[in-house]
Design a protein around this ligand. Sequence first.
Ligand code: MN
Length: 260
Amino acid sequence: MLNILISNDDGIYSNGIYELAKRMTRLGKVTVVAPDREQSAIGHAITMHQPLRCRKIKLHELSIDAWWVSGTPADCIKLGIETLLEARPDLIISGINNGENLGTDIIYSGTVSAAIEGSIFNIPSIAVSYEKHGETDFSLIAEVAVNMIEEVLKLAAGTNTLLNINIPEIANINELKGIKITKLGVKKYRNNFEERKDPRGISYYWLAGELVEDEIGEDTDIHAIRNGFASITPLHVDLTGYADIEKMQKWDIKVRRGNQ
Ligand code: MN
């Protein structure tokens, strides 16, 4: 039986993880290990300078093992695999995130970072996000997600898959145009730091990012989502800039000592 670890960055009590976990039980034994509070945009941070507390809870009516952890999504995956789960998971699913994780978003995303952490353990890992941010009934989206995961597992059998799935805003299944394999696009934000004053008259700043531009070639995740397709982007963790490495290895770069 498939041993499945589910996490997210919206917190263990978010609707997205509940609707996902409920349906993933069709595929195997599900364990949820997720942050005790929202950790969106926490990236791949891990907790080193304070203890991690965790508690086993009942996740609504589900008869699955579930823990909250006082840490980040990456902490949850590490602690889950190393300590909380009885057996090493065969599959990690992170989500369903409340809001898309497209293009450059994945650098900041706790949801995607949980999946990346799973892949560092050489476990097939999939992040799932929903385009729309806000109050969402995730039942339809979770149904779509689990069906996609099931298909992908059949097709990707035996590989160490790291995938980023996004599902477009849809009201019913007929609105979903199809599924595309994509590359990451580029999203740009205007970072407005709004200045305010605290009660002592000292300035503080509040980040209010505004999406101003998408670079959206037809083969990108952003293009797929904006046109009603679900998107699957294969990821890998190696950040080496291979395009430059050969050219740079020819540089005659010297150690500078003193005033030589
Ligand atoms: Mn989130």
